[in-house]
Design a protein around this ligand. Structure first.
Ligand code: NDP
Ligand code: 2IT
Length: 450
């Protein structure tokens, strides 16, 4: 980066930090996008004059509210919840809800901001949003989770709608929670519409949505490796997480001939050199999706290693696919990956690699796929669910899978073309940011000063 570009970035970030104090995750996400698009904006006065990046880094609105509910012991409980409606420039607000004790306004602003560019990359008409609560579903009964979801929806229902804002799942929000949330919405509004995605198949969900994020990440990784002359078949992969994204990334990696040798949860990770596939993957899915157990039990059942309070990045392998949460792969982890010969990293989670980790990976010659491109398959199939709901039809699994593969291929090509470097390498971070930004920026220009 030349001196002018560096000064422009630091100047822009000083303003961003001043306006968003105490929001490190949001500042981190903005810096990465600003670094990619400020040089583009400097060359295009119409973007500069319209102050597109200043507008895009300010959410359209943030709704903050209290959720009061009663737990199984009859105690009154209070949580905080948010919906961050970031940009509806290219479609109704769209993005997941996260239930986790670490949820803050900063985390939801970073996620909503990322979602703008991710949704743009899918080519579908979806704006960017995110929401959630600091509610911790771990250890709660089904009834408690239901009561919380109903209480949350009593406020949230005013702010969403199939043409306004369409939430979905994220960490801690899966089909069970979506069922409770959608059921309450239906009761309050008496209107059956596609106001949520990730719904159960009995009430308007799409085949293939559950698998979409993990499958899409594996497809992107395959395409990125192929573009660099590598075959994904035969490679070993480090996967973190054992939730929705991780489980189906592991499944598709196995189908493509690669072998996931780790999985994790917030307590530790398992290392299974045999590879997590077939019967082992089926057992893990049952453990995590139905029994809501801990990853340690996998190691006990299959007799492999379990490392408490640790992350998998020190294990030698060819690929790394972080699928748990933000900033779970540090600069030291990245250096370990480079040292033991990892050739590619694809972010299944949102911003799982710290900025310093991304720099260390790219500096070490590792192919790097940022989350807003690699994990866009989930929201892409959410977009397909919205289409099916509007048309009042259901596509077959093959139809949805075919469209998902085509969308992921298209996203890879967009990032490759916009991220091509003079030395022949591809900067996928820059490519994803620029390709995602252009469509939103052009829509904003068309609307004038709003
Ligand atoms: P799940 O709740 O299904 O699974 C999350 C997994 O990550 C669990 O194994 C969980 O372990 C672990 N995890 C969560 N928080 C932490 C933490 N602070 N430290 C360590 N481990 C943690 O969520 P998803 O699989 O849906 O989401 C995972 C990531 O993928 C998130 O970054 C999400 O934003 C992103 N994503 C999700 C999409 C989707 O469609 N669901 C789409 C695109 C991106 P434990 O059970 O111990 O908490
Ligand atoms: O981060 C994400 O893209 C999601 N959690 C999915 C959002 C969606 O609307 O399907």
């Amino acid at each position: 980066m030349n001196r002018n570009a560096k000064a422009r970035l630091e100047d822009f970030m000083a303003g961003c930090v001043r306006r968003n104090p105490g929001e490190p995750e949001f500042q981190q996400a903005v810096r990465e996008v600003a670094e990619s698009v400020l040089p583009l904006i400097a060359g295009e006065p119409r973007y500069q004059k319209a102050r597109i990046l200043e507008r895009l880094t300010e959410p359209d609105r943030i709704i903050t509210f209290r959720v009061t509910w009663q737990d199984g012991a009859g105690r009154v409980r209070v949580n905080r919840a948010w919906r961050v409606q970031f940009s509806n420039a290219i479609g109704p607000y769209k993005g997941g809800l996260r239930f986790h004790p670490t949820v803050t306004q900063s985390v939801l602003k970073f996620l909503g901001f990322e979602q703008i560019f991710k949704n743009s990359l899918t080519g579908l008409p979806m704006g960017g949003a995110k929401g959630g609560s600091n509610f911790n579903p771990r250890g709660k009964s089904d009834t408690e989770v239901m009561r919380f979801c109903q209480a949350m929806m009593r406020e949230l229902h005013r702010h969403i709608g199939q043409d306004t804002d369409v939430p979905a799942g994220d960490i801690g929000v899966g089909q069970r929670e979506i069922g409770f949330l959608f059921g309450e919405y239906l009761t309050l509004g008496n209107r059956f519409t596609g106001v949520f995605t990730g719904k159960g198949l009995a009430f308007g969900g799409s085949l293939g949505r559950t698998e979409a994020t993990g499958y899409g990440t594996a497809y992107f990784l395959r395409d990125m490796l192929a573009a660099a002359g590598h075959d994904i078949a035969g490679k070993t992969a480090l996967v973190s997480g054992a939730g929705n994204v991780a489980l189906y990334a592991i499944e598709k990696l196995a189908e493509l001939g690669a072998k996931a040798v780790t999985a994790s949860d917030s307590s530790g990770f398992i290392h299974d050199p045999h590879g997590i596939d077939g019967e082992r993957l089926a057992w893990l899915k049952d453990l995590k999706e139905r029994r809501r157990g801990r990853i340690r039990e996998y190691a006990e059942h299959f007799g492999c290693a379990y490392h408490a309070k640790a992350r998998p990045w020190g294990v030698p392998a060819d690929l790394a696919v972080p699928c748990a949460t933000q900033n779970e792969l540090s600069a030291a982890d990245a250096r370990a990956c480079v040292e033991h010969g990892v050739i590619a990293v694809a972010e299944g989670a949102n911003m799982p690699c710290t900025a310093e980790a991304v720099a260390a990976l790219r500096g070490g010659g590792v192919l790097f796929a940022p989350g807003k491109a690699a994990n866009a398959g989930g929201v892409a199939v959410s977009g397909l669910e919205q289409s099916q709901n509007s048309l009042r039809i259901s596509w077959s699994r093959e139809e949805v899978e075919g469209r998902l593969q085509a969308i992921m291929r298209d996203i890879h090509e967009k990032c490759r073309d916009a991220g091509a470097q003079a030395d022949g390498s591809i900067d996928y971070v820059r490519g994803a940011n620029i390709a995602g930004f252009r469509k939103v920026a052009d829509a904003m220009l068309a609307y004038g000063v709003v």
